[in-house]
Design a protein around this ligand. Structure first.
Ligand code: PA5
Length: 449
């Protein structure tokens, strides 16, 4: 069948003490069936996206305008940037911005307020030929807002009309960006209110910059749509998102607190960054049970094959039994390089001559998988037959659904993030935001003590 595949073989260890056995999965069959039904019935915002063409139509309406610029700069952070980054690095050439054959704008995604980073992007653009896409669902995030002010300041200093160089992506009704848009007539795309930041890659949040960069967003949504059908299956053995969630949950209960995602492909690497946020922010929660505080969550870690074989894999093989490794395997690379037959007189080099780099990389993946399995460490694979928008759409959707299932298994709300509020409040207070004067005093007093 077309699309990505999941291989769970090495997650099952009937012969090691903590290894998951099929009987344990079978015990959860009914529960999983109920959870999948509940999710389909509740229809959390992200679930509606693959079938909803409302947002797509609006984006396609402005395609020509968006692609008429030399540079397209996203200003956003967290869920308002990570999907965009993953889409560009995965589906466009790694050196996309620097290619002479590029037919669509250069894409920059500014997801931090590190002045060296921001300045380095500003150095590379000409404001006259740049479109800034300010993405913020809340319209209050300090990082996105300060970068918006900087971009706007630059446009104004050149005497450029902000309406011709800015597009907002924000809530349909609320927030300061919406207000400014209404007052000034700035082009604005909607983020569906019921879709949280980290679940929003398939909304205008991720789709506009993808389209700007020439990515086939229709295929991306088609991939998500086919995955929606697949993960709607209530039979755990036919639903990869459900089986993956349950395996992660059962191992988590046995002390496997870390979930490593390790693509053996530089182009697929930043899917793991997107996954890190999804898994961490959705599932790392605390709640009260009869007055007792319970903290849950599995720490997602990103690694790159083969690079991190020389950095992390010693730990994965011989370190504590606290990690599940998910490899991402690419079967067909877009390009390949043959290793020349040079120095055939040396056996340490001659075995490489005549082989391809993709052959070497995937053999290394097999070696790491084999070694982990021999060491009794659970590992699995997501297999991309090739990199295309359809397969990436499938990947995003499978992991979003898996996160929703895991949230239910952990009995937490996967869609909120109360734990990030305090840090944001302190920033507002110390940067002098109106309404935070008392809180600012409280923080300063505490620190001075
Ligand atoms: O997943 C989330 O909700 C967060 O990571 C947000 O995306 C992030 O904080 C940015 O928020 P906003 O889009 O409101 O600026």
């Amino acid at each position: 069948m077309k699309g990505i595949k999941f291989d769970f073989t090495n997650m099952f260890y009937p012969n090691i003490e903590k290894g998951i056995k099929y009987e344990e999965i079978n015990e959860y069959k009914d529960k999983i069936e109920k959870i999948v039904s509940e999710i389909l019935e509740e229809e959390p915002g992200f679930l509606k996206l693959p079938k909803n063409t409302k947002y797509l139509d609006k984006i396609l309406d402005i395609q020509e305008w968006v692609q008429s610029f030399e540079s397209f700069v996203v200003l956003g952070i967290g869920g308002s940037a990570l999907g965009n980054i993953a889409l560009q690095t995965t589906l466009n050439p790694l050196n996309y911005n620097y290619r002479n054959d590029r037919k669509t704008p250069k894409i920059f995604i500014v997801d931090n307020v590190d002045p060296d980073f921001v300045a380095s992007v500003l150095d590379q653009i000409d404001p006259h030929t740049t479109l800034f896409n300010v993405i913020s669902k809340s319209g209050t995030t300090a990082e996105a807002m300060s970068n918006y002010l900087i971009a706007r300041g630059i446009l104004e200093s050149y005497g450029l009309d902000p309406k011709k160089h800015i597009v907002f992506t924000t809530d349909p009704e609320n927030g300061i960006l919406r207000k400014i848009a209404q007052e000034e007539g700035i082009e604005t795309l909607e983020i569906p209110p019921e879709v949280g930041g980290r679940f929003s890659v398939l909304t205008p949040v991720g789709l506009l910059s993808a389209l700007a960069g020439g990515i086939d967003i229709i295929d991306l949504l088609n991939g998500a749509k086919t995955m929606l059908e697949k993960v709607s299956n209530k039979n755990i053995y036919e639903n990869p998102a459900a089986l993956n969630a349950l395996l992660h949950f059962l191992y988590y209960k046995k002390g496997y607190n870390i979930s490593v995602m390790m693509p053996y492909s530089n182009k697929l690497l930043l899917l793991a960054d997107w996954y890190r946020q999804l898994w961490a922010e959705s599932l790392g929660k605390k709640y009260d049970i009869n007055g007792e505080v319970v903290n849950v969550g599995q720490t997602p870690v990103k690694a790159l094959g083969a690079t991190d074989q020389h950095s992390q894999v010693q730990l994965y093989n011989e370190g504590p039994d606290d990690k599940i490794i998910t490899f991402i395997k690419l079967e067909k690379f877009e390009r390949d390089i043959k290793i020349p037959k040079i120095h055939e007189e040396y056996s340490a080099l001659s075995y490489l001559g005549g082989k391809t780099l993709s052959e070497l990389l995937n053999t290394e993946l097999f070696g790491t998988e084999y070694a982990l399995t021999e060491h009794g460490k659970p590992n699995m694979k997501v297999i991309f037959p090739e990199i295309n928008a359809f397969n990436v759409g499938q990947f995003f959707f499978a992991y979003e659904f898996q996160t929703a299932i895991m949230g239910k298994l952990l009995e937490i709300d996967a869609y909120d993030q109360p734990g990030v509020e305090l840090g944001k409040k302190v920033t507002y207070a110390l940067m002098g935001r109106e309404g935070y004067e008392e809180f600012s005093k409280e923080v300063k007093q505490k620190v001075e003590k």
